[in-house]
Ligand binder design. Sequence first.
Ligand code: AHG
Ligand code: MN
Ligand code: MN
Length: 330
Amino acid sequence: MEDSRIAAPIGTNLDRFINAKEQHFAYATGELSQLLRDIALAGKVVNREINKAGLINISGAIGTQNVQGEEQQKLDVLSNIRFIRALTKGGEVCAVISEEDEQVIETGSESAKYVVAIDPLDGSSNIDVNVSIGTIFSIYRRVSLVDTPITKEDVLQKGVEQIAAGYILYGSSTMLVYTTGNGVNGFTYEPSLGEYFLSHPNMKLPEEGKIYSINEGAYNSFEKPVKEYISHCRKSNYSGRYIGSLVADFHRNLLKGGIYIYPKTHSAPNGKLRLMYECNCLAFIAEQAGGTATDGEKRIMEIQPDELHQRVPFFVGSRKMVEKAKTFFK
Ligand code: AHG
Ligand code: MN
Ligand code: MN
């Protein structure tokens, strides 16, 4: 059943929405709902820390002894701690793949059914300059039987196997956007109430757009098809918009229509973005919103990951724009 058909008016709080949706979900056991709530809660904690980051730096400069050791850690490390703790204590997840950890984190919840891939804080270069950053996550069902050791097949799953994915954008307002495979819904966080409320039901990526997002500073090291597509965008008078936080760039394009590209470069021969906790999640959301995602040739969600931190070239956004970009690769 389509999410849009679930009676959930704008302003419905996230808990109520998740509960309503659970009744329409094929595996309505409540565990996925609880897992989504755990992620949303950790997002609130991280949001609070991001909002006070500047102040902590100031007080840290005056007297570092007054600041907890943990608070002095960089926000991406701190966010990792917050999310891993939430996922571990929540008990619904047996393994986590995180950008911040080289190896798979086994949570100890061996009877848990889910595997999570996460970029706890995306947009690190924007952390210290008060520009939007985010968290990106994917949820998979484990392949092996519960109460048996975690296998390679449990963690290295294709994007098409995702059962949910989403992101939290810490921007001028904080938003949680997620899908469980029946459309995309966006919730805005109301800090004084400490709750997320449905603000963007059944989000749709415009088929066509006029925004292209790519780090044009690296132009000289792009492949010919990418240069040709940029030339097409310039001739078409498209607007170049690039924040440098994938979540924020993606979110803007989701609302307005556009394409985000992180291609191969000389210094990043497979692109920079990571398949498992950046590209697959946003590809799933894009597809659920009517858009598409490719590495230039293949559908992102059909790429078989060989390693946890694998990188892929990434083209995501409005369907017609991504299709156009692909024509230059033929
Ligand atoms: P992260 O902060 O998780 O390492 O990701 C940074 C990524 C992504 O958010 C952004 O789109 C991209 O790096 C920007 O890279 P360039 O500075 O090379 O454009
Ligand atoms: Mn990232
Ligand atoms: Mn990150």
